[in-house]
Design a protein around this ligand. Structure first.
Ligand code: SAH
Length: 206
């Protein structure tokens, strides 16, 4: 498995963003283990290594506008905020979006815009993006995301079945898209028009 993170600045950002602030108090003890963490409503923050890897795969220089689908706790958005100029992030659960907003405000992270909506439709208002990161598992790449990617842009997304996926990186070269399989992963499902079917939200989101 590829385990090296290439960007020194990314390691600095990972050190600076306090992961425990993004999880409920009863999870604080686990916040610095290299494992996924429950954030409520059946959702999870990825293990730190996957957060780092996905961020690294976006190849950010610092001046970009990027899009994240699946705000969750806001942790990944906070990491992206340290690596790019501006982050737009879309979350379908209003309650999670509200909590993420509060956490980011408390940490004085001001370059993240959180939107409540169906992220399988991307976020057209600020497109095109230098990088798009999807942090929930899709049955296939939602086609609109390709349209919202700038030339040279990178799209990082777990694609596969409900229970196991492959992390893919797509790079837009003009009107063409090259894809690369990175490693096997297991994310919670991306739901919505171009994702998995939605269901009742009573028992978590499964
Ligand atoms: N990146 C998050 C973790 C993501 S968990 C973090 O750092 O904490 C996956 C998230 O995707 C969940 O919050 C889930 O509600 C959200 N999600 C699922 N389908 C979505 C969709 N179509 N649009 C936006 N968010 C979606």
């Amino acid at each position: 498995m590829r385990r090296g993170i290439r960007t020194p600045h990314l390691l600095e950002v990972l050190r600076q963003v306090p992961r425990h602030r993004f999880v409920p108090p009863d999870m604080h003890n686990w916040a610095y283990e290299d494992g996924p963490l429950s954030i409520g409503l059946g959702q999870t923050i990825s293990q730190p290594y996957i957060v780092a890897l996905m961020t690294d795969l976006c190849n950010l220089q610092g001046d970009e506008t990027v899009l994240e689908i699946g705000t969750g706790s806001g942790y990944q958005a906070a990491i992206l905020a340290g690596m790019a100029a501006l982050v737009h992030t879309v979350e379908r659960h209003a309650e999670l979006a509200k909590r993420a907003r509060r956490t980011l405000d408390e940490l004085k992270i001001t370059n993240v815009h959180i939107h409540v909506g169906d992220g399988t439709l991307g976020w057209q208002d600020a497109a095109p993006y230098a990088a798009i990161m999807v942090t929930a598992a899709a049955p296939r790449v939602p086609p609109i995301l390709f349209k919202q990617l700038a030339p040279g842009g990178r799209l990082v997304i777990p694609v596969g079945s409900r229970w196991s996926q492959v992390l893919q990186r797509w790079v837009r070269t003009g009107e063409e898209f090259d894809s690369e399989d990175i490693l096997p992963v297991a994310f919670v499902p991306l739901r919505g028009r171009d994702g998995w079917e939605t269901n009742g939200m009573n028992n978590g989101d499964w």
